[in-house]
Ligand binder design. Structure first.
Ligand code: PLP
Length: 380
């Protein structure tokens, strides 16, 4: 039996996406740039996937650019936005609880002479608009904050962040890492108020190896490309399009959008049921989680995450202790939230998806109850 509860790390490809990829790999395998019927058919599939992403973001198709992953979208957005704005200033603001893709892209910019302010998160891992307001300066040219934190599920009020930038008449561009928010909480690109939005396929039941960057106004923003070469993606992202992945991303976005409320409601109910049972059975348990429906972060202070993970894995239950990109080491997110080491070291992240069942959640709760009884009876 395999119980996959690490859906913030990655998700299973849904049948609609798998079918779309198979079709492109085996039937419509032309190159979208080829000037013959098979090329035109491939281009049609490409543009239809773009329309599907645009619908899911409530954006125009000309504002959606395909990339190879969320990390690429973030790197492109931050590097090129900083470059575009460099004559106005060199101050960048981001958050301490951001994903490594953002923190390391910003660290590279710092090496190239940009000044970086890093805002501490609130207790749940989200960023307060008032903290952003306090960090804004006349020479701030770029702000990058995530919509949903990948470790705690905390939601940052991005429209309020955008409003603070507007309030002081700043020309700073706003990038939002919406990799964990996309198709989990409803949002329209224009309502977020961000100039740039990064999303990733494998978090929403599409394969790994595809992402997208929303650029407000599309080519008009004058963002420079990260990769140069051919004329793909309006010349902004060269390289033959990964059409199987892109078609699958489009299909997954269409499916996710049409059932957004249903799937999110389902995940939220499971998350709440899980919290209810875990807190009754484990009186020491702390819930470190935010409001996103698919991420639950709990801690059993005094216990060790790795030991609990191994115990659960022996039963075929897969959870994680922090971001999958972290591969060991303490969670920088929980540290930035100011949590004590014993709480951080006993933390587990449980990730739900539309495929998660009540039986699986019961198996997890049984597993944690038995782990606590068998491994740490003195703490009970
Ligand atoms: N941003 C967040 C919040 C994430 O959770 C992830 C994935 O772990 C990424 C960015 C990177 O996305 P990708 O794995 O597609 O590069």
């Amino acid at each position: 039996m395999e119980i996959y509860l690490d859906n913030a790390a990655t998700t299973k490809v849904c049948p609609e996406a798998a079918q779309a990829a198979l079709n492109v790999m085996t039937e419509n395998y032309g190159n979208p740039s080829s000037a013959h019927a098979m090329g035109r058919q491939a281009e049609k599939i490409l543009e239809s996937a773009r329309d599907q992403l645009a619908s899911a973001l409530e954006a125009n198709s000309g504002e959606v650019f395909f990339t190879s992953c969320g990390t690429e979208s973030i790197n492109w957005a931050l590097t090129s936005a900083a470059q575009l704005m460099r004559r106005r200033g060199k101050h960048i603001i981001t958050g301490a609880a951001e994903h490594a893709a953002t923190l390391n892209a910003v660290a590279e910019l710092k090496k190239n002479g940009y000044e970086v302010s890093i805002i501490k998160p609130q207790k749940d891992g989200s960023t307060a608009a008032s903290d952003l307001a306090a960090a804004l300066r006349d020479d701030t040219v770029l702000v990058s904050l995530m919509l949903v934190n990948n470790e705690t599920g905390a939601i940052t009020d991005i429209p309020a962040i955008a409003a603070e930038i507007k309030k002081v008449n700043s020309s700073a561009l706003l990038h939002c890492d919406a990799v964990q928010g996309f198709l989990k909480i409803p949002f329209a690109a224009k309502d977020l108020g961000a100039d740039l939005i990064s999303v990733s396929g494998h978090k929403v039941h599409a394969p790994k190896g595809v992402g997208a960057l929303y650029i407000r106004g599309g080519k008009k923003l004058n963002l420079s490309p990260l990769l140069v070469g051919g004329a793909q993606e309006s010349g902004l992202r060269a390289g033959t399009e990964a059409l199987p992945n892109i078609a699958a991303f489009g299909a997954a976005a269409k499916e996710g959008l049409s059932h957004l409320q249903e799937y999110s409601g389902q995940m939220l109910r499971l998350k709440e049921a899980c919290i209810a049972r875990l807190t009754v059975e484990n009186p020491n348990l702390l819930v470190l989680s935010g409001a996103a429906p698919h991420i639950l972060n709990i801690s059993l202070p005094g216990y060790k995450s790795e030991v609990l993970m191994n115990y659960l894995e022996a039963r075929g239950i897969y959870v994680s202790k922090s971001s999958a990109c972290k591969k060991g080491g303490r969670s920088h997110v929980l540290e930035a939230m100011g949590l004590p080491p014993a709480v951080i070291d006993g933390a587990l992240r449980i990730g739900f998806s539309r495929f998660t069942t009540q039986e699986e959640i019961h198996a997890l709760c049984d597993g944690l109850r038995d782990a606590a009884n068998e491994l740490y009876p003195v703490l009970r």
